[in-house]
Design a protein around this ligand. Structure first.
Ligand SMILES: Nc1ncnc2c1ncn2[C@@H]1O[C@H](COP(=O)(O)OP(=O)(O)O)[C@@H](O)[C@H]1O
Ligand SMILES: [Mg+2]
Length: 326
């Protein structure tokens, strides 16, 4: 690629922001919801970055910006060092192929009037010059890869369980050979009994295709085995980011500690003191002064209610935004 840089990460997000204007009343001035307020990360080929945090903290908004379903209000996005936010047809084409999204709800994301075969064929029809028989061959091959029987080709989505529908949605996401898949709570709507199957499938596919994942989840327990790195978000910002092991074994930010203490773990050797997270996520329409987490924090001091801690990098590679850690 002409503009790409040799050592650039596969995906590089720089200070992404998404502000939504909202009207509250007829006469009041429109305000802004800062859904995502300055998020940065890099993602390497074949790796998984998990984005975790409570509902409403901006995870899906971030996912929509990465896949360009929505343009960021501010910030930059680079793919292989190439500016991904440029509005020309070449870049647009590249975006459509290289980065795909899988949504939480496989009941809503599949067109009920189309058969599985044509759902999977559609991206090829729109974006490639393959012939009908080549498309069908590719669809059947992908169905095999995600564990769907060939006879499902002519069936409708409603004939399938949630887990199988999510396999269809994942297969659709992979039809154009993307490098990056943004998976927005891909197992949250599924029965606990099939979650592990879908997660294992995703890990197998990652190996097979050399995929990178941005894996969004409100539930930390889901990401421990799939993620290389974890970013914890609170009210539109990153509060802690680091290697998965580090985050699970030695969480530093009081919010990460609280989230983790509420997360059941299978093979944990350590007993964790349970930290109760009281109160609710504040509204991004009226973010609190100081650290957004201070009102719910068991370690907060006067300073935390006045001043906002910035995200600082530490020698072990983690990034944390907390005065108590500094
Ligand atoms: N289109 C929109 N217009 C206004 N506010 C929005 C819009 N989309 C999301 N929000 C707000 O942005 C915040 C983050 O939402 P979202 O990204 O869906 O969080 P999450 O996926 O972590 O639950 C929420 O407060 C939500 O209400
Ligand atoms: Mg969401």
């Amino acid at each position: 690629m002409q503009n790409s840089q040799q050592n650039a990460p596969l995906l590089n997000a720089v200070d992404l922001k998404k502000y939504y204007p909202v009207k509250q009343g007829m006469f009041s001035k429109p305000k802004e919801v800062k859904a995502v307020d300055g998020v940065s990360f890099t993602l390497e080929r074949g790796k998984t970055l998990a984005i975790v945090g409570e509902s409403g903290c901006g995870k899906s908004t971030l996912g929509r910006m990465l896949t360009m379903i929505e343009r960021p209000t501010e910030g930059e996005l680079f793919y292989n060092g190439q500016n991904f936010l440029v509005n020309d047809s070449e870049t647009e084409k590249l975006r459509r192929k290289k980065i795909q999204i899988v949504f939480q709800n496989p009941y809503a994301s599949l067109n009920p009037r189309k058969k599985v075969g044509s759902i999977l064929e559609e991206p090829l029809l729109i974006n490639t010059d393959l012939t009908a028989s080549q498309r069908k061959a590719k669809v059947l091959e992908m169905m095999g890869k995600v564990g769907l029987k060939p006879e499902f080709y002519d069936r409708y989505p409603h004939m399938f369980s949630g887990g199988q529908r999510q396999r269809i949605a994942i297969a659709r996401g992979l039809m154009l050979d993307p490098d990056i898949v943004v998976a927005d709570e891909p197992v949250s709507a599924l029965d606990v009994s099939v979650r592990a199957q879908v997660l294992n499938l995703m890990m197998d596919l990652q190996q097979d295709f050399g995929l990178s994942y941005v894996f969004i989840s409100h539930d930390l327990s889901v990401v421990e085995h799939i993620a290389d790195e974890v970013m914890v978000m609170y009210l539109g910002r990153c509060v802690e980011q680091g290697e998965t092991k580090q985050i699970f074994n030695n969480p530093q930010h009081p919010y990460t500690q609280a989230l983790l203490s509420a997360t059941p773990r299978l093979n944990s050797t350590q007993r964790r003191e349970r930290i109760k997270l009281t109160g609710e996520l504040p509204s991004p329409l009226n973010p609190p002064k100081g650290c957004a987490f201070h009102a719910r924090c068991h370690k907060a001091t006067e300073r935390c209610s006045q001043e906002r801690p910035t995200l600082k990098s530490y020698p072990d590679g983690t990034k944390i935004a907390c005065f108590m850690v500094e």
